[in-house]
Design a protein around this ligand. Sequence first.
Ligand code: IMP
Ligand code: MG
Length: 174
Amino acid sequence: MQSTNKEIVLDSQTINDRVRELGQEISRDYHDKELVVIGVLKGAFIFMADLVREISVPVATDFIQVSSYGGSASSSGKITLVSSPSQIIEGCHVLLVEDIIDTGLTMQWLASHFSDQGAASVKICSLIDKAERREHKIKIDYPGFAISQGFLIGYGLDYDQQYRNLPAIYHLIT
Ligand code: IMP
Ligand code: MG
């Protein structure tokens, strides 16, 4: 299952270095705020695990899961809430952590979801900003890497639930 045609895009050292910078930047910005990092399951779980260990200020962690994609590489265009954070969001400074922002539909939905719940602020950190197919304008406060196109796998990113365990990020060649 793990033998596939793929081309490396970001090696683990490059990812680690950038994750460290993001952690430092977030720590500076939130030193006087109660930070709640919300990971968007499932894709963000590896990035988030590394990111929170680079954050040096107090941080609460939680997760949300929504579904927009079916089993494949194309969006269904509709968001459904699968599971919610257990944390009370009202009054919290929420930092949403996502693996990749593609059309922006998921993140637009999530940002308004957390605003509706009364978050004191909602900011966005995405490891990858893939702007090629963007349909919804999103301000990414903490972008990791801009990758213009293609379908990416590894470091949490999946194709049909596979390849999340790859330590680097690759273009899937079909
Ligand atoms: P959006 O709503 O179109 O921005 O889609 C965001 C979600 O689609 C991400 O959280 C990923 O789960 C998935 N996705 C988009 N592009 C890729 C990719 O290149 N590889 C893996 N998953 C992707
Ligand atoms: Mg995702």
